[in-house]
Ligand binder design. Structure first.
Ligand code: C2E
Ligand code: CA
Ligand code: CA
Ligand code: CA
Length: 269
C-alpha cells in the first residue's frame, strides 16, 4: 500500500490477508481493464435552478468487467488508489472526457463544461497539469470547457504540489471545484489554501434540508460563505422538487441530482 499520509496505522484484523488478496486480484483485473478498454464514462447533467439547459456535466467512471457487469467506482477506485493505478486510469478518464467535450462543442449550439473527478493522488502528482494539458490538446478542447473536481477524501502529504497544481490549472483556464464539501476535516481551510472556483455541497446535507432545520441552516451558511468568496455553488444529490425549490430560494447557483437527471451515456444527453 502507498503512504497513508496522516491517517497512519491500520489495526490488524483477522480478515486482513483475504482483503489484501482480494485487492491484488482486483488490481490485476483493473490493469487488464485498461488494456481491454473496459472503462467508460457516464455523464450527469448540472443545471441552473428553474432552467432545463444543461450547462455542465459531471463525468462518472464505469467499468464493464469481463462478465459484462457494470462496476461502480466506489468498488474499484480505492484499490486503484492504493496501487497507484489511479494515475493511468485518471489519464484515460481525462482523455475520454476531453474528447467527448470537444465533440459536444462541435455538435451542440450551447457549450457544455465537462467536470472530471480527480483523485487526490492525481492532484499530488507533479505531472498532473501536463496530463490535463495533453488531454485538452489531443482533443482540441479549450480549457474553459473543462473543470476538475477534487476531494479531500484521502489525506495526502504533498500539499505544496497540490497547491501548485491548482494554481497552474487556474492559470491554464481550467476551473477547479471542491467536491463533497462539508464532509472532510478541512473543507473550510481548503478554501483559503487553494484557488477554488466552485463548491459542490455534499449530498448528505441536501438529503436533509427539507426536514432538518439545522441542515438547512448549515446549507444556507455554506452558500453564504461561497457567495462572499465569489465561488460558484453546486448542490449535489437533489432528488425532490422541495429540495430544488429550497436551494433556489437560498441562492444556490446550480443543481445536480436524480431530479434533474441520472448519469447517462453521452448519446442520451
Ligand atoms: P461523486 O463525485 O460525489 O459523484 C456523485 C455520485 O453520486 C455518483 O455516484 C452519482 O451517480 C451519485 N448521484 C448523483 N445524483 C444523485 C442523487 O440524486 N441521489 C443519489 N443517491 N446519488 C446521486 P457514482 O457514479 O457511483 O460515483 C461515486 C464516486 O466515485 C464519485 O462521487 C467520485 O468520488 C468517484 N468517481 C467517479 N468517477 C470518477 C473518476 O473518473 N475518477 C475518480 N478519481 N473518482 C471518480
Ligand atoms: Ca464529483
Ligand atoms: Ca460529490
Ligand atoms: Ca461523493
Amino acid at each position: 500500500a502507498k503512504d497513508m499520509g496522516g491517517q497512519g496505522f491500520r489495526h490488524f484484523a483477522p480478515d486482513m490477508t483475504t482483503r489484501a488478496a482480494n485487492s491484488l486480484q482486483i488490481e490485476g483485473r483493473l490493469r487488464q481493464a485498461l488494456e481491454n478498454n473496459e472503462f467508460s464514462l457516464m455523464f450527469q447533467p448540472i443545471v441552473r435552478p428553474g432552467s432545463p439547459d444543461v450547462l455542465i456535466v459531471e463525468t462518472l467512471l464505469r467499468w464493464k468487467n469481463d462478465q459484462n457487469e457494470i462496476v461502480t467506482p466506489d468498488q474499484f477506485i480505492p484499490v486503484a488508489e492504493e496501487s497507484g493505478l489511479i494515475l493511468d486510469i485518471g489519464r484515460w478518464v481525462l482523455h475520454a472526457a476531453c474528447r467527448q467535450a470537444s465533440h459536444w462543442r462541435q455538435t451542440r449550439a450551447t457549450p457544455i463544461v465537462v467536470s472530471v473527478n480527480a483523485s487526490p493522488l492525481q492532484l499530488a502528482n507533479p505531472k498532473f497539469c501536463d496530463d490535463v494539458q495533453a488531454a485538452m490538446e489531443a482533443a482540441g478542447l479549450p480549457p474553459a470547457l473543462l473543470a476538475i473536481e477534487m476531494t479531500e477524501r484521502m489525506m495526502v502529504a504533498e500539499d505544496a504540489i497540490i497547491s501548485a497544481n491548482i494554481c497552474r490549472l487556474t492559470q491554464m483556464g481550467v476551473r477547479v471545484a471542491l467536491d463533497d464539501f462539508g464532509t472532510g476535516y478541512s473543507s473550510l481551510s481548503y478554501l483559503t489554501r487553494y484557488q477554488i472556483q466552485c463548491i459542490k455541497i455534499d449530498r448528505s446535507f441536501i438529503d436533509k434540508i427539507e426536514c432538518d432545520l439545522q441542515a438547512r441552516a448549515l446549507v444556507q451558511a455554506i452558500i453564504g460563505i461561497g457567495k462572499s468568496l465569489n465561488v460558484v455553488m453546486v448542490a449535489e444529490g437533489v432528488e425532490t422538487q422541495g429540495q430544488a425549490a429550497l436551494l433556489e430560494s437560498l441562492g444556490c447557483d446550480y443543481l445536480q441530482g436524480y431530479l434533474i437527471g441520472r448519469p447517462v451515456v453521452a448519446e442520451a444527453l
